[in-house]
Design a protein around this ligand. Structure first.
Ligand code: GLY
Length: 355
């Protein structure tokens, strides 16, 4: 199966961390439901930062705290990680070298939602999205006006470009085309190839997309979720992905569950994918089945115009009972997610479509 869109390779993370288990005391608050347990929290991130993030959220949930606080504080851990090139601080910039962040949050209990798009200079866009949700009658603020809004609420402006990301962006810019004026002169082109060989595989890889989802259900069965990202690497300035679009990058329904998307946002927007996942769960599908249904739905649409095209999405979902699932388009490895409930932390392996 071949992908037809150049430079939009599926960025399959290979964090290579094994599953760990944490045991928790005083779990009397935890309720067993049909197959799952609540409270519980998941993230699509399966690296160490993903684990730290949901441990932070779990601390809140296990004390009976707010599910909205739990997802926000968990997402913030990933957003401020300078090494993560797909979310928040250190995120990969657009084609002008400017980091523009998108994020959304949804509170299943109130069906309220907030989002920011193309937000610059603020490390924690999901917290700004939360203020849009809770302190305005709007759902989304964008660009310089979102930044002005964040400043008014006391958010500190910071340079989001780390040295590592700046170098990676410059090198990616040089390697993007041999027909523009970036990179060494023509007679040094061979040297350029040799030099890039010494930098280590992937050192300057452009993350086509990354993103993270954090979804949780508390002991009362209330559900919330966040999707946050720096978006497509080298995107056209002003491009908004699926992450801040309610029903695309994120949807939460307190009666059903929550779903989040990562991967190439354009396809997720055009298919209203997370809303579809919630509707499938409402019809009785498990979170795992509903994620697979959404991928099939997207492929069915594309098949009509290009049978060889498989977009690069991954979906994660939870339901009100504390069940969870994830699936991705065909890629290097099966979809995974990190989760914590009263049984502890684990990395769950879902499915890859057609495997
Ligand atoms: N899914 C993230 C993006 O496309 O921006």
């Amino acid at each position: 199966m071949t992908k037809k869109i150049s430079r939009r390779h599926f960025f399959n993370r290979s964090f290579g961390l094994g599953a760990g288990m944490l045991l928790f005391k005083n779990m009397a608050f935890s309720k067993s439901t049909e197959n799952g347990k609540i409270p519980m929290i998941i993230t699509s991130h399966t690296n160490q930062t993903g684990q730290k993030a949901i441990e932070m959220g779990w601390e809140i949930l296990k004390k009976g705290g707010s599910v909205v606080d739990a997802v926000e504080k968990a997402a913030n851990v990933i957003e401020v990680d300078p090494k993560d090139r797909s979310v928040g601080y250190g995120g990969f910039p657009n084609e002008e070298g400017i980091v523009q962040l998108d994020a959304s949050i949804m509170d299943g209990k109130t069906y309220n939602a907030g989002a920011v798009a193309c937000l610059e200079n603020i490390k924690t866009p999901s917290s700004v999205a939360r203020i849009v949700m809770e302190r305005t009658d709007h759902v989304m603020l964008v660009g310089q006006d979102a930044l002005r809004f964040a400043r008014k609420w006391g958010f500190k402006e910071e340079n989001l470009m780390t040295e590592e990301t700046r170098k990676a962006w410059l090198r990616a810019r040089e390697k993007m085309s041999d027909r523009d004026d970036w990179g060494p002169p023509d007679h040094l082109k061979d040297l350029k190839k040799k030099e890039s060989g010494t930098e280590g595989a992937g050192a300057f890889e452009v993350p086509a997309h990354g993103t993270t989802n954090v979804l949780a259900v508390d002991a009362n069965g209330d559900i919330a979720g966040i999707t946050t990202t720096s978006g497509l690497g080298n995107k056209i300035p002003g491009r908004v992905g699926d992450s801040p679009i309610i029903g695309a990058g994120l949807y939460v329904d307190n009666e059903v569950g929550a779903a989040g998307a990562t991967g190439r946002g354009e396809d997720v927007i055009k298919s209203c994918a997370t809303y579809y996942i919630i509707m499938r769960m409402k019809q009785g599908r498990t979170p795992q089945q509903a994620c697979e249904d959404a991928l099939k739905m997207i492929v069915e649409k594309y098949k009509k115009v290009n049978p060889d095209f498989f977009p690069g999405e991954k979906f994660v979902a939870i339901n009100k009972k504390g069940n969870f699932g994830c699936s991705n388009m065909p890629g290097r490895r099966k979809a995974r997610l990190s989760m914590i409930n009263a049984d502890g932390f684990k990395i769950y392996t879902g499915t890859s479509l057609f495997s």
